[in-house]
Design a binder for this molecule. Structure first.
Ligand code: SF4
Ligand code: SF4
Ligand code: FES
Length: 504
């Protein structure tokens, strides 16, 4: 039987388990307590002290995220003492933070900025002590030491959620900071570019590399810009234009991007269709030669997953498909085919993608020995939004724009699983017929896993789609132990399906 205690928080009575923290009790009582470093079960390090509250009758103020409740406790979140202490704590954080908000990509969504504004802080009473450290400007993930407030969210989300341990606390006392573990340069570290630490950084110290200036420069230089704008990019367009996301179509994407000077847009369905065909051909070839118990072919469409597999399971890395992803196929085709068709002097390709790892994928894949890239720039949703906001886009014009020939809601939408279309293409290649529904069974053999059994003449071919890194690790363990056997595996690393991580 769980022991319950009753307490009040800013006068609101609440009953919670005796082991609960004041922060958890306040959540139940719906009394907000500002907090920065705390992430339940992930980062409970009592670092920022922003959650400081007063307990009636006690001299010492306490951190609500670590202090346990007690019977009859009277918690004061907004008493003059608690507010003064919270202001002091935020001012101390600001004294070690470079407040260049006008040129910070997190401005407007920065938790530290909001907290300072909510507390009415207009000046910092403490002497600024800003530490600096060089960072590789070419790496897709950027870190600005001058903004780090040492909350350790990045350290623990990377280690405990992503299992990668890229970050580590360094030095001690007043000099404590965060850096890449083992003194490595970030380019040498096992970073999958999942973006979770960027999403969790409350102070703008972590961000994606900004590629908007590169795109602006290409437009200014009159290059013929071709853009990949898959369905996920339409959601960002909707927000930029003040439209409801359900109301935005591929035609909006096409028209909005053309208003910026982009010459052509591509919704990705052709590249996806080509990717599917190449995967089916590869799978067909492997089926001809495959020995009993051989490992599956792993799709390489999710670059976070590809990086994870190379870092953590190098024995499986050779099973990664060499077909890359629809993004890279789009880039190669735009550079080779469209350049000839359009008789363009210089083609510049940009891809609007939901994920920072797509930058890493584009950086790594060279088109030729001269270092030319298939995809010149990749803009994540934050960058897409900033890029679009620099133009005066007209939604009313967009609504009368002609529709694109191929719908963005086509069968090979980039953000969806590609296993079924790959299996359908394989079936057609082998039998010469379209895949009938009864030849493909689907079920789930484990959490986050969707299994497919394709009936092929006398054989059955097993494939699966797995969502989430934890579920993918379970699958790899099952494959290694011989418990699971698949011919084709697709992993989508992020639980939110190629979208930003949920905020804690
Ligand atoms: S980089 Fe960001 S998340 Fe990491 S410790 Fe610094 S402020 Fe916190
Ligand atoms: S992007 Fe992901 S893997 Fe890389 S450091 Fe951040 S949390 Fe870790
Ligand atoms: S949120 Fe409680 S100490 Fe940071």
């Amino acid at each position: 039987m769980v022991k319950l205690v009753t307490l009040t928080i800013d006068g609101v009575k609440v009953q919670v388990p005796a082991a609960a923290t004041i922060l958890a009790a306040a959540g139940k009582a719906r009394v907000p307590i500002p907090h920065l470093c705390y992430m339940g079960g992930i980062n409970e390090v009592n670092a920022c002290k922003v959650c400081v509250v007063e307990i009636a009758g006690r001299q010492r103020l306490v951190s609500a995220c670590t202090e346990k409740v007690a019977e009859g406790m009277e918690v004061l979140v907004s008493s003059p003492r608690a507010l003064a202490a919270r202001r002091t704590m935020v001012q101390l954080l600001l004294s070690q933070h470079e407040c260049d908000c006008a040129e910070c990509s997190k401005s407007g969504s920065c938790q530290l900025q909001k907290l300072a504004a909510d507390l009415g802080i207009v000046e910092i009473r403490y002497r600024k002590k800003i530490a600096e450290r060089p960072w590789d400007p070419a790496f897709p993930l950027q870190r600005d030491e001058r903004k780090c407030i040492k909350c350790f969210r990045c350290v623990n989300v990377c280690a405990k959620v992503q299992t990668m341990k890229v970050w580590q606390a360094q030095k001690s006392g007043a000099l404590t900071t965060v850096g890449v573990a083992d003194g490595l340069d970030i380019a040498q570290a096992p970073c999958t570019l999942c973006g979770q630490c960027i999403a969790q950084c409350p102070a703008g110290a972590l961000s994606e590399r900004d590629d908007t200036q590169k795109l602006q420069a290409a437009l200014a230089a009159d290059k013929t810009v071709i853009a990949l704008a898959p369905p996920a990019a339409r959601i960002v367009l909707a927000e930029s234009l003040g439209l409801k996301k359900e109301a935005v179509t591929a035609a909006h994407a096409d028209s909005a991007l053309k208003q910026t000077g982009i010459a052509h847009t591509d919704d990705g369905s052709r590249a996806s269709a080509l990717f599917i065909k190449k995967e089916a051909e590869l799978l067909f070839a492997r089926l001809q030669n495959k020995k009993e118990g051989a490992p599956p072919l792993f799709s390489s469409a999710c670059p976070v997953w590809s990086r994870f597999l190379r870092f953590k399971y190098p024995n499986f890395a050779k099973e990664l498909s060499p077909n890359g992803s629809p993004q890279q196929i789009f880039g190669e085709s735009a550079k080779k085919v469209s350049a000839a068709e359009l008789k363009a002097k210089e083609i510049y390709t940009v891809s609007f993608m939901p994920c920072v790892a797509k930058k890493g994928e584009a950086d790594a894949a060279l088109l030729d020995a001269n270092g030319a890239k298939a995809v010149d720039a990749v803009l994540t949703p934050g960058e897409t939004s900033r890029f679009l906001q620099s133009f005066d886009l007209k939604a009313e014009v967009l609504e009368t724009s002609p529709a694109l020939a191929s719908s963005a809601a086509g069968p090979a939408a980039l953000s969806n699983s590609l296993v079924v279309p790959v299996l359908a293409a394989l079936y057609e290649k082998i039998t010469g017929q379209k895949l009938p529904a009864e030849k493909l069974q689907t079920f789930s053999s484990a959490p986050g896993r969707k299994d497919y059994v394709l009936e092929l003449d006398s054989r059955a071919l097993r494939a699966c789609t797995v969502v989430g890194q934890k579920n993918a690790v379970r699958l790899l363990d099952d494959i290694q132990s011989g418990k699971a056997k698949y011919a084709y595996v697709e992993v989508m690393n992020c639980p939110a399906l190629c979208q930003a991580a949920p905020q804690n």
